[in-house]
Write a protein that binds this ligand. Structure first.
Ligand SMILES: NC(=O)C1=CN([C@@H]2O[C@H](COP(=O)(O)OP(=O)(O)OC[C@H]3O[C@@H](n4cnc5c(N)ncnc54)[C@H](OP(=O)(O)O)[C@@H]3O)[C@@H](O)[C@H]2O)[C@@H](O)CC1
Ligand SMILES: [K+]
Length: 506
């Protein structure tokens, strides 16, 4: 499923009107009807509904929603948040159709105590501001938004909660806190940003028949990766498959004080389907590791001060290598990473301490002939970019895209919304996962799952999308059934992979 900026939505609208010949009025009719029909699924006709209508096209949708619900027998009061004469274009057309159908509306100015009037209702439909919102919220919307936010019944926003911009990189001045948002045709970028997503409440998309042509014609696209995408793309394992067919992987990492990280990465890779796995780590850790990860083979590396000191003895002819987990932040790390960047013949995934070592030699990425995958959390990504974490999270799509394109790497920016970006600039977001995963070891497990995924026969972007989706979904299944977000451990997710694979194969 594509998701879009405000401009991409307007371009799509224009294309439908000018090139396909569907009138704007008809699109608005479709939008309002689709929203009203969707509401019918969860709002009973016994509820008292107020619809707040702004003067732009979001308000135009509101008039169609109101007419459709009234025709279905709902109890609806329509409150226009502007002087009705300020309404223009398609919205004015639907205001007139509404009025000509014999339905009344009232201006907010005519209501003596709007806050009190809302208290009589069970549901408020917020059709005040949509993708056209700009800058600080002006009267009367600022006051109306605060009334809506004090309302105790259900708040349903149309397209997006009023006051929330569609795009990244923008401040939220004041916005409706919706319980539910019914999104028109394509989700907007702000549904996947940490500072704006919560305003949407739970959201669903309704189809109004707009084509994806404009979005598909852009040089790059943004898409949501969903369960159906995983089910249809995850490679199946044939009856005659053998271990060599599912990839030979190598994990390089660990330090004397940190054997846990690579243990988790390795076990996750094996559980996620890696065919053959080798672990290269400091000699002091091998005995302990070999008893925890019995299915792997081992390469002993020399250490100095507890850290890996040399990886010259490593055979780099693996299908994929994951490097950096538990490696420690030490001065020699950059040199050994440089060796891996030069020698790796297959895919190289760099995680955790490997990303810190990478900072000083970033330009080496540009010279690689084989794919590089970086899997930073926001702190690691902000360090690589020399920006603060809040700056990064304000526009994570733009930062990831610029970085991936400049350094020709695949970027998996981890978070509540994990963003996968290809070197060409295409982006996917996965929305599985829960706060139980904000614990040590989570990243190590993801690195292992991704290592296994990129060795299966699927494109790299699909492998990364499937891996991040599976990681989050497994944690979701675990907190639904056996665990809570308090006690869930990263290693539980490794054991939980079995449930996810079984669920996907049913
Ligand atoms: N594909 C599509 O495009 C389709 C779009 N559709 C629908 O149209 C919506 C977009 O409509 P839109 O462009 O008219 O913008 P919208 O969100 O109603 O707001 C504009 C109004 O807000 C006002 N305003 C702005 N900022 C403000 C502020 N800070 N504080 C106060 N006021 C502010 C601004 O006032 P002005 O600046 O003009 O004085 C103007 O009056 C979209 O979300 C969807 O619901 C569907 O019907 C069909 C397909
Ligand atoms: K709205």
């Amino acid at each position: 499923m594509y998701f879009v900026t405000a401009q991409e939505m307007y371009d799509t609208d224009q294309y439908a009107i000018e090139r396909i010949g569907v009138e704007g009025k008809l699109l608005m009719e479709n939008a309002g009807r689709a929203v009203a029909n969707h509401m019918e699924l969860f709002v009973s006709d016994q509820k008292r509904i107020a619809i707040l209508i702004g003067k732009g096209n979001n308000g135009g949708d509101g008039f169609v929603i109101a007419r459709t619900l009234l025709q279905k027998g709902y109890d609806v009061e329509v409150i226009v948040c502007a002087s009705p004469s300020e309404i223009k274009g398609d919205a004015a057309y639907h205001r007139d159709v509404f009025r000509n159908s014999g339905f009344p509306f009232i201006s907010y100015e005519e209501i003596e105590n709007l806050e009190h009037a809302l208290k009589e209702k069970d549901v408020v439909v917020d059709a005040m501001l949509g993708i056209g919102v700009k800058g600080a919220i002006r009267p009367p919307y600022n006051q109306l938004i605060s009334f809506v936010n004090q309302f105790e019944g259900e708040v349903i926003s149309v397209d997006l909660p009023s006051g929330v911009p569609a795009d990244e990189g923008l401040e939220v001045d004041q916005a409706v806190q919706a319980d539910r948002t019914i999104v028109i045709q394509f989700p907007k970028v702000s549904a996947f940003l940490e500072h704006t997503a919560a305003y949407y409440g739970r959201w669903e998309v309704v189809d109004i028949g707009l084509p994806s042509t404009v979005i598909q014609s852009k040089k790059t696209q943004k898409r949501v990766w969903k369960k159906q995408d995983v089910s249809t793309t995850l490679p199946t394992r044939g009856a005659f498959s053998h271990k060599g067919k599912h990839g030979k992987g190598l994990v390089i990492g660990g330090a004397v004080a940190m054997p846990g990280s690579i243990a988790m990465t390795s076990r996750a890779a094996l559980r996620a389907g890696a065919g053959l796995l080798t672990v290269a780590t400091v000699q002091e850790n091998i005995t302990a590791l070999a008893s925890t990860v019995v299915e792997a083979t081992y390469t002993t590396l020399p250490s100095e001060g507890g850290y890996i000191s040399d990886i010259g003895s490593v055979d780099f002819s693996y299908d994929a290598i994951a490097m950096g987990m538990g490696m420690g932040r030490h001065t020699g790390a950059e040199t050994i990473l440089q060796v891996a960047l030069e020698q790796t013949q297959g895919i190289l995934l760099i995680d955790a301490d490997g990303l810190y070592a990478l900072k000083g030699i970033l330009s080496s990425l540009k010279g690689r002939h084989n794919p590089t995958i970086l899997t930073p959390h926001p702190g690691e990504m902000a360090t690589l970019l020399n920006v603060s974490i809040p700056e990064l999270l304000h526009q994570p799509f733009a930062y990831s895209k610029a970085f991936a394109e400049e350094f020709q790497a695949y970027i998996v920016l981890k978070g509540a919304f994990t963003i996968i970006t290809t070197p060409q600039g295409n982006q996917w977001v996965t929305v599985t996962g829960n706060p139980g995963m904000a614990k040590g070891g989570s990243g190590d497990v993801l690195a292992g799952i991704l290592l296994a995924m990129v060795m299966q026969s699927q494109s790299l972007e699909r492998a990364l999308c499937n891996g991040t989706w599976i990681h989050g979904y497994t944690a979701d299944l675990l907190v639904q059934h056996q665990h809570s977000t308090y006690d869930l451990l990263a290693s539980d997710v490794i054991e939980g992979l079995a449930q996810t694979y079984r669920a996907l194969s049913q």
